[in-house]
Design a protein around this ligand. Structure first.
Ligand code: TRP
Length: 449
């Protein structure tokens, strides 16, 4: 069937480290806090938790089912579960979407690498807000430097993926994920010792229900999908490398719980800082690159906190980018008989080119706009807000309505002692609630409701 040795993850810890690594990324640490901030804090977080439970988790479990049952890439998985050809279209989507996401994601990942480097070499030290704003704008608009970092980051991603599942992804995740959790805990403990801790926590955990509106719900749904990495076959691909004794329901719940926990801890790190130093929680995407370095400068031992924070971001980004590149490699190897090396060379060329365009869209190409969006936002929007919910919806409808229930039950049972009642709830949510929720997102995004 393919030129790659299929191999598999070898240990239970390895499965969890790699899958949590794919889920935890810039989405949790960069995007979640500022999106929560812009949407009023507590109320958003509450809606977010509901979305994880009722939309994210059932689709995540369905991707696990499709991957492990078939042992194939997303397109192969659709094909082997149904002989209706139309479904394979969604398999192809699972090739295009990760390429698009990887292209713009690597730009921001490159920024985190630059900021880690700046923190390490003292480049952020002693700068005030105006200087930090100028630094960020100057850097992100520069035609060369961010592109170098972007290519370095893509190179690193491709390098790890080249090692394969066991010697590349599993090994690197086993090392990086504990470091990530350690850094998270140290940074959170430090934030909780600040004067603004109480105010920061009440911003996050005291929901003001009057703030819940359509936009908050939409943002929360989109964020839950992106953060859990569901909807484009990343988890189908990873699960195709799980062994038959991997406990799917348990692994799924651990991944969803840890992913959510990391997002919340990222908030616990950031909001106390925000309130202690009087910056606006609704600052937006710049929060991490302008406001935080500014605050680190005012803190005792600030440079150490800055180094730890940007290292954390870069690690989180890397374990996510390797998941996107693995989807593409597995797909090209199985569907088109490419070697791992050839698939990765092609991926590097395409994502490198698209990534360069995304990066330049902050500077030299900023005048190129379509629907009022620059290239970066256009690719981000198309992939995250349109293709991801479509992919997720397709998976929910496919598994919920077009696959025999007993096949799903039997696969989920392998390696687990899942109760029938758990399965019944999962199946009901998957069949009815998730597709309706998703349809509402798409209609509302299209401006129809
Ligand atoms: N979940 C990652 C984050 O939060 C991003 C990501 C990695 C992703 N792989 C994915 C998103 C696959 C969608 C699909 O940053």
């Amino acid at each position: 069937m393919s030129n790659i040795e299929r191999g598999s993850f070898t240990t239970k810890i390895g499965v969890i480290a790699a899958t949590v690594g794919a889920a935890v990324g810039l989405g949790n640490i960069w995007k979640f806090p500022y999106t929560a901030g812009v949407n009023g804090g507590g109320a958003f977080i509450l809606v977010y938790l509901v979305c994880v439970l009722f939309l994210g988790l059932p689709i995540l479990l369905s991707e696990f089912f499709m991957g492990r049952k078939t042992g194939q890439n997303p397109k192969g998985a659709f094909r082997s579960l149904s002989n209706q050809k139309g479904w394979q279209f969604f398999g192809v989507l699972c090739l295009i979407c990760p390429i698009l996401i990887l292209s713009f994601y690597s730009v921001v990942a490159g920024w985190t690498a630059e900021y880690f480097w700046q923190a390490l070499t003292g480049g952020l030290e002693g700068k005030n807000t105006a200087e930090l704003t100028a630094l960020f704008q100057g850097f992100s608009q520069d035609p060369v430097r961010p592109i170098i970092w972007l290519l370095v980051f893509l190179g690193l991603t491709v390098g790890v993926t080249l090692g394969g599942i066991k010697n590349g992804i599993e090994r690197v995740s086993n090392i990086l994920m504990p470091v990530l959790f350690l850094l998270l805990i140290i940074l959170a403990a430090h934030s909780l010792s600040l004067d603004g801790a109480k105010e920061g926590l009440s911003f996050m955990f005291k929901p003001d229900f009057s703030k819940i509106n359509a936009k908050v719900i939409l943002d929360a749904m989109g964020q839950a999908f992106f953060s859990l990495s569901v909807g484009l076959g990343a988890l189908i691909t990873y699960a195709s490398y799980f062994k038959k004794d991997t406990n799917l329901p348990q692994t799924g719940m651990i991944v969803a719980a840890l992913d959510t926990m990391v997002a919340i801890i990222a908030g616990v790190i950031i909001f106390p800082i925000v309130f202690t130093y009087g910056i606006s929680p609704a600052q937006g995407p710049d929060l991490v690159f302008i406001a935080l370095p500014n605050v680190f400068n005012q803190m005792i031992g600030g440079q150490i906190w800055a180094i730890a924070f940007f290292l954390l971001l870069a690690i989180a980004a890397l374990t996510s980018t390797i998941s996107m590149s693995e989807i593409v490699v597995t797909y090209l190897a199985e569907e088109h008989k490419f070697s791992r090396k050839k698939a990765l060379a092609i991926l590097f060329a395409i994502c490198g080119t698209l990534g360069i365009l995304c990066s330049l869209s902050f500077g030299a190409l900023s005048h190129l706009k379509l629907f009022d969006k620059n290239i970066f936002s256009l690719i981000d929007f198309t992939a995250s807000n349109v293709l991801l919910p479509i992919g997720g919806g397709a998976i929910a409808v496919f598994v919920g309505w077009f696959v025999n229930k007993h096949i799903i039950y039997e696969e989920m049972q392998q390696g687990s002692k899942m109760k029938r009642s758990f399965f019944a709830v999962y199946y009901y949510v998957l069949k009815y609630i998730a597709p309706i929720g998703l349809l509402l997102i798409l209609l509302s995004q299209a401006g129809i409701i």
